[in-house]
Write a protein that binds this ligand. Structure first.
Ligand code: AMP
Ligand code: ZN
Length: 482
């Protein structure tokens, strides 16, 4: 008989219904997830990566609930304007003209950086990674359906969606349309009937050739930003879809507009069953954003000596619906914890042996219950720590639990290389994962300024004839006597 999936009942928060609900897929055994990906005009910062870690967590949890997940993550390489009122410049074109390069080249460069960074922090590759500029026909076809449905109007500079013709427009974000303009969310322009109306197709400015422009029934131009996600989600997942993710900044404009387009063009409601949004990672108490330059990229962390996976560990410390401020002190703590957890896991993994289900069942149940409870990873991580350290468990028990939990933690524990012989000091004393774990614990105690504990571990090892030397590359150990 096949083993049942670790999560029997997954409960997830839906932004639209504003409550946690038991997840039921549209098609039994399957789930389609669409995640808003990066606009590739500049390096992706760790806030963008945060939203990918969240999307990856959703995907892993759905998989742990026994579903076959198709995860679509788009690349925005055209049409995202510098402001949400359809008046600013196209971010890609602007970056191209500022640097004297080609928009396609810029998109390729930052897409590659984003894919690399995503992989370094343990995000699984998307099932499909469509680019907006490769799906112009799909977007035009969808806009034509909207035009046929009578919810659009033309202006001098393009074709717009008339939000007054879509009564559910305010549903997702709880917007007050009459007072939108005073909130600064959108700005009125003379061309639009209502401040919240949004561009479906923008015409190239008269007399100007854009790098990215296409013929269309409305003239030469480019698609508005929002239509790409509706069109590509439909192309790869059909409609309606199970889950759509993105950052909370998208609730009021981008996702609200995606719903309007998709529900009219596809005649579905609700187009998305679960709208899931991650809260923001801030920097220095301010929003982290490419547009203001208040940001850090993964390479900044690596340059300071952090493992990329430490950032994943940092992400898993808080709930995705909790806003978080980035600090190196907090990252330090996460990095230390991560190193220690790895040392415990490797010591357990390399010891071999058989685990005892009677001893592991309770922790296993607690871990997956935390994940199933709207992705409560802080609680799940606490259980993982119990599994790593509980004196009642054998090493085989620990490995059985941690290997299982790693399906959602995503640290890649099974593939990690074993610690080098003799703690990497080249003496060839022979590997001893238990000693490695103790040395890592001593390091953690030192970082936490718990010197009494650090000294206790050093003495314990010294009693076994093991000497620790602190080097700039970290601690090394060797046996001074057999
Ligand atoms: P963008 O490249 O600006 O379109 O953003 C890509 C994704 O990252 C979107 O889902 C955003 O909501 C998300 N995002 C942007 N900044 C942050 C941040 N500081 N914290 C978390 N998510 C973010
Ligand atoms: Zn999107």
């Amino acid at each position: 008989m096949a083993t049942p999936p670790p999560i029997a009942e997954l409960r997830l928060y839906d932004t639209r219904r504003r409550r946690v609900e038991r997840f039921e897929p549209l098609v039994p055994g399957q789930a389609g997830v669409y995640s808003c990906g990066p606009t590739v005009y500049a390096p992706q910062h760790i806030g963008n990566l945060w939203s990918q870690l969240f999307a990856d967590l959703v995907r892993r949890a759905l998989t742990a609930a026994g579903l076959d997940v198709t995860h679509v993550v788009n690349i925005t390489d055209v049409g995202h304007l510098t402001d949400d009122s359809d008046d600013g410049e196209d971010k890609m074109e602007l970056a191209a003209s500022r640097t004297g390069t080609d928009a396609g080249e810029i998109a390729a460069r930052y897409t590659a950086q984003w894919e690399r960074d995503r992989a370094l922090v343990g995000c699984l590759p998307p099932s499909v990674m469509p680019r907006a500029a490769d799906h112009i026909d799909d977007q035009i076809a969808m806009i034509q359906r909207l035009e046929a449905a009578g919810v659009t109007y033309r202006t001098d500079d393009g074709l717009y969606f008339d939000v007054a013709r879509f009564p559910r427009y305010t549903e997702l974000a709880g917007l007050d349309l009459d007072h939108l303009e005073t909130t600064g969310r959108v700005v009125a322009t003379t061309a639009k009937r209502h401040a919240a109306d949004f561009a479906l197709w923008k015409l190239s400015p008269p007399g100007k050739r854009r790098q990215q422009e296409w013929p269309s029934p409305w003239g030469i131009g480019f698609p508005g930003w929002h239509i790409e996600c509706s069109a590509m989600a439909t192309r790869y997942l059909g409609a309606p879809i199970d889950v759509h993710t993105g950052g909370v900044d998208h609730i009021g404009v981008h996702h609200t507009n995606e719903i309007a387009q998709s529900e009219v063009a596809l005649a579905v409601h609700p187009w998305v069953r679960w709208w899931m949004h991650n809260e923001f990672l801030d920097l220095g108490g301010e929003k982290m954003a490419k547009s203001t330059g208040n940001l850090l990229v993964l390479d900044d962390l690596v340059a300071k000596g952090y493992e990329p996976m430490a950032f994943r560990a940092f992400f898993l410390q808080s709930h995705y619906r909790q806003q978080r401020d980035f600090s190196f002190t907090a990252l330090d703590a996460a990095a230390t914890g991560h190193r220690r957890l790895l040392a415990h896991a490797l010591a357990a993994r390399d010891a071999g042996g058989r685990s005892d289900e009677a001893r592991t069942a309770a922790l296993r149940q607690r871990f997956w219950a935390a994940v199933a409870d709207d992705l409560n990873l802080p609680r799940a991580m606490a259980v993982a720590w119990d599994a790593a350290r509980s004196p009642e468990l054998s090493r085989a028990d620990r490995w059985s639990l941690l290997a299982d939990f790693d399906a959602v933690l995503g640290f890649g524990l099974a593939e990690l290389p074993s610690p080098e012989a003799g703690g990497g000091d080249g003496t060839g004393d022979g590997a001893d994962p238990r000693v490695d774990a103790l040395v890592a614990e001593r390091e953690a105690a030192r970082s936490a300024r718990n010197f009494a504990e650090a000294d206790r571990i050093r003495d314990e090892l010294a009693a076994e004839g093991i000497e620790i030397t602190d080097t700039p590359a970290g601690p090394r150990w060797r046996r001074s006597r057999p």
